[in-house]
Every structure is written in C-alpha cells, then in structure tokens.
Write a protein that binds this ligand. Structure first.
Ligand code: GN1
Ligand code: MG
Length: 370
C-alpha cells in the first residue's frame, strides 16, 4: 500500500524512539508486509524498521507480537547462559520499540497494525555471494533452530494455520480450477496443471510422516530466505536472524526446504530469466553443511530420511501457492502485473524439476553430511 511520507513519519512518532524522526523510506522486497526504514536524529547514526502487518494474510497480528516476545526472551536467555562459559558468543536479535502508551504495536484509525524494531546493521543479501555465504546461511538457520529447540511449541501460536500443509494447498487449488472457464487456458497454465497432477500423491509426504510420528513438531522460523539471515560485514559470519512473523510450530524440514529453494536458485524468483532457473548443488551442500554443523545435535535419523523430500516439496508447494493465487486473481501475494504470480509459479516448478533431476546427488550429500 502507498502511504504519504507525512503519514509514515507521524506513524513512526507513535513509538518511543530515542531522537527526532528525520525520514522514512520503503525498505526490502517483502511480498506480504510493508516495510520502511526510519532515520532518526541522534548522536549515533540511528535507524529503525517500521512495518505494517498485512492483516489480510495475518488475521491476528497481536499473536505475532506475542510469539515474537516469547522467542526473543527465550533466545536472550539462552545466549546469556551460553556466554557464561564462552563470553565471545554473539547473536543479535531485533529489539521491539514500544509505543508511548507502552504497547508493542500501534493500531491506526484505518485498522492497520504497525510495529517498530531495531535495525541490525549487517549484510543481508537476497542473492548468495559464494560458498561461504551459503554455509553461513545454513549455519544461521540451524543456530536459530537450535536456540529454540528447548522451547515448548505449545507456548507458540500457530500464526498461519495450514501454512506448510501441502495437501491443504492442493485442496484449495483443486477447488479453484473447478470454478474456472477452461477456454482461457494457455500452454503455461496447462504445464502448471500437469505438473501439479503428476506430484499430487507424493505432496503429502511430510504430512504423512508427521502424522505417523516420524517427524517432530518444533519451533520454526517460517521464512528462512537469505535476506533474513544477518551476516557480519567484518567476519562474514552469521550473527542473527530477523523477520520472526512466522515463527510457529512446524517441521524444521519446511525451513530447510524453503531456505534451499531461495539460496540455490541460479535465477531469480520473478521469472524474468526463466530459462536460467536451476538448482545449484554446490550451494545446496554448503547450506546443508552449515545447517548440520549448528543443528546436528537434535536431528534424528528420520529428520535426515525426509530431508530430500523437503528440499523437493517446498519449491513445489510455493509454485502451487503462486499458481493458485494467479488463478484466484492475485489476492495473497503482491503483484505489479496480472501474470506475475504465474511467472513466479513457473520458476518454482522449474526449480523443482532441477531438484528432481539431481535427486541422487542431493541424497548423496545428505548421507555424506550425516
Ligand atoms: C512470502 O513476503 P515474504 O517474501 O517475506 C511468503 C513466503 C514465501 C515468499 C516467497 C507469510 O514471504 O512463504 O516463501 O513470500 N510469506 C507468507 O517469496 O506467505
Ligand atoms: Mg517475510
């Protein structure tokens, strides 16, 4: 949504900031929330993040804040404990700025939900710069999972019910195509429909494993793409994870698959270079190596057993989500042009195909790192 600058400045002023608001600018490339960076006049160069939660997608923003407080407290305590034996440990978490009346969000008179966080100054790119960056991304997500591995999932709200439950996306998709007029269909639409049909049965693989008790529900990040893992400019090491809106109970497999589909795509997510989409196996190895280095202590044999399926499933699921949203008239993901979500779906399906073609190599990497 477009807001006039004065509106954004006055919204930022609702929060207890340590200085005068100088400027507010659009920031990042999220497809759901609206994110801004706020420059503040102070002795040091100070910036904070102002964000409007999309309450079409997130129906209970107050629950997001509750989860976030809980998770940040838990991580802060774990880090303080670890520092007792190793004072050099660093792990940064964003701080939440309260409003003048002490709440951790501001509800404007249009019903929009705003919050402010501290800005972590670090490198956070949306493309991977090389093998060591890929390793650090994996390490960062693994570290995040490890820090939360002793947090009871009952204490967290399920922010987006059904978020990575692929069979539910299949159901929604099937209802959507039933109500469409077939005369509008193009080759691309047919490609997507065939692609989904051929993987329909397999798409329940993680759900079945979860129901059979083979995979455990744990706290997950929910959006582990590279730009959410902060890398220290000087050391090149992962120093924190941001964007905790979707921290909720789930399978770590969702995060592993999501992280790899975002890090290992040799093209972009938008489909402007569709012909260049493929899955980079060297980055895959690096991310998994970093992940297992930091999260290996709690991973079970079954966690390893279903890792390849997760890597294949999450891009397939995202393609299905984009395609369904395209068919529904783009009501979930922000778009500039009406076929943006169709192009995004094609990218994810190509990526899934590339993963399938390299199944043996990926499985070998997983068993190697075990
Ligand atoms: C959405 O807005 P963003 O980029 O943080 C989506 C993710 C997708 C991603 C794809 C809550 O996240 O699941 O992987 O787009 N988040 C939600 O770019 O649906
Ligand atoms: Mg996000």
């Amino acid at each position: 949504m477009d807001y006039p600058k004065e509106y954004l400045v006055s919204t930022a002023k609702q929060f207890r900031l340590e200085g005068r608001v100088l400027d507010v600018r659009l920031y990042g490339s999220g497809r759901i929330n609206d994110t801004y960076i706020v420059a503040i006049e102070s002795d040091r160069e100070e910036k904070v993040i102002l964000q409007r939660i999309n309450n079409h997608v997130f129906q209970h923003p107050d629950r997001i804040m509750s989860n976030m407080r809980f998770v940040l407290d838990h991580i802060n305590k774990r880090i303080a404990y670890e520092r007792q034996s190793n004072p050099r440990i660093t792990w940064k978490v964003p701080g939440i700025f309260p409003t003048h009346d002490g709440k951790d969000y501001f509800l404007d008179d249009k019903g929009s939900f705003w919050r402010v966080f501290s800005f972590i100054s670090a490198f956070a790119g949306d493309t991977i710069t090389g093998i060591s960056h890929a390793k650090e991304i994996g390490f960062g997500i693994g570290r995040f999972h490890d820090l939360l591995s002793n947090l009871a999932t009952e204490k967290l709200y399920d922010i987006l019910e059904g978020f990575h439950i692929t069979p539910l996306y299949i159901q929604t998709y099937e209802k959507t195509i039933m109500s469409r007029r077939l005369s509008e269909d193009s080759d691309e639409i047919h490609y997507c429909m065939d692609f989904i049909r051929d993987r329909r049965e397999w798409a329940s693989v993680l759900e079945h494993a979860k129901k059979a008790g083979l995979l455990l529900v744990r706290p997950i990040h929910g959006d582990p793409k590279s730009e959410n893992i902060m890398i220290d400019d000087k050391t090149g090491k992962a120093i924190g994870v941001i964007d905790m809106d979707t921290v909720m109970p789930g399978l770590v497999h969702y995060d592993i698959g999501d992280c790899l589909r975002s890090c290992c795509n040799t093209s972009n997510e938008e489909g402007s270079r569709l012909g260049e989409v493929s899955f980079r196996i060297d980055y895959c190895r690096a991310v998994l190596e970093g992940y297992i280095n930091s999260a290996g202590s709690f991973l079970t044999d079954n966690d390893f057993r279903f890792m390849y399926d997760a890597i294949r499933l999450i891009p397939f699921e995202l393609g299905l989500r984009f395609f369904t949203d395209y068919l529904k008239g783009n009501i979930y993901f922000k778009v500039n042009k009406p076929d943006d979500n169709l192009k995004r779906a094609l990218v994810q399906f190509r990526l899934t195909e590339s993963i399938e073609q390299q199944a043996d190599e990926i499985r070998l990497i997983i068993s190697d790192l075990r």
